[in-house]
Design a protein around this ligand. Sequence first.
Ligand SMILES: *Cc1c(COP(=O)(O)O)cnc(C)c1O
Length: 216
Amino acid sequence: MIRDRLLQLRNTLPAGVELVAVSKFQPNEAIMEAYRAGQRIFGESRPQELAAKAAELPKDIRWHLVGHLQTNKIKLILPVVELIHSVDSLHLARAIDQEAEKIGRTVDILLQLHIAREESKFGWRAGDLEQLLQQKAFEPFTHLRPRGLMGMATYTDDTGQIEQEFADLEATYLRFRERYFPSFDTLSMGMSGDYPLALRHGTTLVRIGTDLFGNR
Ligand SMILES: *Cc1c(COP(=O)(O)O)cnc(C)c1O
């Protein structure tokens, strides 16, 4: 049962670590089961799906976009999204900022870093992002509030590899907080297969789908 898995999962998370229940491809009934057990933060990977579910489900659900965002989908989610985990280009940041200004809100975002070995995963290389930060490239975006970093580890059985990637991301997070964003308070890392390792490296937000809802 989703309720039991949720309560079990909560027990494994230390204070200060929040759970994003990743509900992509899950029906509304599954989301409502978690909701009735007290879960409020839900993560979706596709903008259309997030917008459709937000329209149908209780208004106090806090929707996070965890998947890739294309600029032509920003409008769909902006009125309802609480946190965008996947800002991975200056072009996208600028487009979100413009749309946020239009609708008169300020949006919380995370900057996604590429930490995995796979080529397929999105995100900045830490060095490339740091160059932009040194050039103050984000300062014009008055309707964005960068809250922290997000990353996805390599999909592998090699726990040493995963831990190294999480440790690197944590170090980057702490360095950026010290140098550029004193208000950083969110480090989004850890999924069903690897979140116990993320807990050892300072994650504040774990994104869990399969362990909660079962296979998609
Ligand atoms: C699907 C997804 C998750 C959840 O993955 P599980 O392995 O099902 O826990 C977490 N983060 C992102 C970015 C995802 O796309």
